[in-house]
Design a protein around this ligand. Structure first.
Ligand code: HEC
Length: 251
């Protein structure tokens, strides 16, 4: 009997942690890049890059994106060269076998904020800020989740909720305790196009930018899909007409 009670108690505890680990489903947001005709909003992409570069890049790498890729979203070659030149990369070995640093070039990949994971953890209270290149694909809920996470911070946890040291409360992070402090605050960036930099706006823009970083081929893929679809419709119509012609005399 004692054993049964123990098992029952263990089950209750397990069920308790399971519910604590679950987060509410992120509300669905209307993203311009979804649906079969979807494409990325160019202005949002540019603003989103700015948010990433000025805020998130302090902790998160974006290793799968190269500076030259920014030309695909409307940056000019000069702008890209200038952005890249602000970073240093390790190169070499040179003729004497020494490694050296040089300013990044358009062809280089985004330079990470920390030289390695240990340094990143050390600077972040032991937590590793994940690389954001594929983040909208890597998390359930994708862009909806990212947007909800960025806008889901609460200053105070609900009453009775036990917080661990160094953690902050987030409505949408599984388990609700996240070690990333709220990254966005009103007017944190100044948009060149004059859009007011509210937390919602910045969260939406950086989500569009990170969705692009994870699926830069989305527009090409969709436009090819539409062409294939149109081709198939026309071909079917022609074959049908042909079939009627051929069978016309038989009937
Ligand atoms: C001060 C450093 C810091 C900044 C700035 C920062 N983050 Fe984070 N971020 C972290 C850390 C640390 C974690 C790991 C959190 C954890 O696992 O508890 C994290 C985790 C995340 C995650 C993963 C959440 C999950 O489901 O696992 C996403 C997405 C994210 N950050 C997006 C962003 C975006 C977008 C920005 C810019 C608007 C940003 N972060 C700015 C430190 C930072």
């Amino acid at each position: 009997m004692a054993r049964l009670t123990l098992i029952a108690a263990a089950l209750v505890v397990a069920a308790g942690t399971a519910t604590a680990a679950e987060a509410p489903k992120a509300p669905s947001h209307d993203w311009g890049f979804q649906g079969i005709f979807g494409s990325y909003d160019r202005a949002a992409l540019r603003r989103g890059y700015q948010v990433y570069a000025e805020v998130c890049a302090g902790c998160h790498s974006l290793r799968l994106v190269a500076y030259r890729n920014l030309m695909e979203i409307g940056f000019t070659e000069d702008e890209v060269t200038e952005i890249a030149s602000e970073f240093e990369v390790l190169d070499g070995p040179d003729d004497e076998g020494e490694m050296f640093t040089r300013p990044a070039k358009a062809a280089d990949y985004f330079v990470p904020p920390f030289p390695n994971d240990n340094a990143a953890r050390f600077a972040n209270n032991g937590s590793l800020p994940p690389d954001l290149s594929l983040i909208t694909k890597a998390r359930k809920g994708g862009p909806d989740y990212l947007y909800a996470l960025l806008t889901g911070y609460r200053e105070e946890p609900p009453e009775g909720f036990q917080m661990m040291d160094g953690m902050v409360y987030n409505d949408y992070f599984p388990g609700h305790q996240i070690s990333m402090p709220q990254p966005l605050f009103e007017d944190m960036v100044e948009y060149a196009d004059g859009t007011p930099a509210t937390v919602d706006q910045m969260s939406e823009d950086v989500t569009v930018f990170l969705a692009w970083a994870g699926s830069p081929e989305l527009e090409a893929r969709k436009s090819l899909g539409i062409k294939v679809l149109l081709f198939t419709i026309v071909l079917t119509a022609m074959l049908y007409a042909l079939k009627r012609r051929i069978w016309a005399d038989v009937h």
